[in-house]
Design a protein around this ligand. Sequence first.
Ligand SMILES: [Zn+2]
Ligand SMILES: [Zn+2]
Length: 217
Amino acid sequence: MNKFWEKVFFIFTYIAQGSSYLSPRAYAVMHRMHHAYTDTELDPHSPAYSKNIFTMMWRTKTIYAQIFNGTYPVEERFLKNLPDWPAFDKWANGGISRLIWAVGYTALFAYYVTSPWMWALLPIVLAMGPVHGAIINWFAHKYGYTNYKVNNTSQNLFSIDILMLGESYHNNHHKRPSSLNFGKRWHEIDPVYPIIRLLAWMRVIKVAKLNAVDDHR
Ligand SMILES: [Zn+2]
Ligand SMILES: [Zn+2]
């Protein structure tokens, strides 16, 4: 996508993630590292190198912060063609922004909650980004089924994945990281795939290799 649409999507991402906003640039770098070093010591998040889900997420948070602040020794090959809007990232990733969203969410809860137990959902809403990351990076590297033999622990967590919008077909994704469609078998519906094709049709994005999409149907 061009720089204009990139900025539009930065803003959409910010609205959607709010208090748990993660920099697209830093996350892209971290994600490339995950693909290059899956299940090794250099993997930013691997159940194989963490005792439990919380220590893994803490490690992920630390590496993310180091990439964001430029203190992590990132390899040159992970730095090409990244989405980048430093001024926006600085605000959206900052404490004041997170606090404002947190106050807003709390106010919404105060208005809508009809039973005290519902307050237990507030921390999950506040930390939605990392919660989403934990589901894939922990559970989809531990439980599920595989379509492909790969040299890592990635698995398809759900056989029909609407909840994680297709992201839980994680074994498929590790086998074909550049494929737009995470689904492979007939029941593996990837709800985001038609949206990507729609955006391409609308010329908002340009798909580099459309053939790569079709060759694994
Ligand atoms: Zn993975
Ligand atoms: Zn990936």
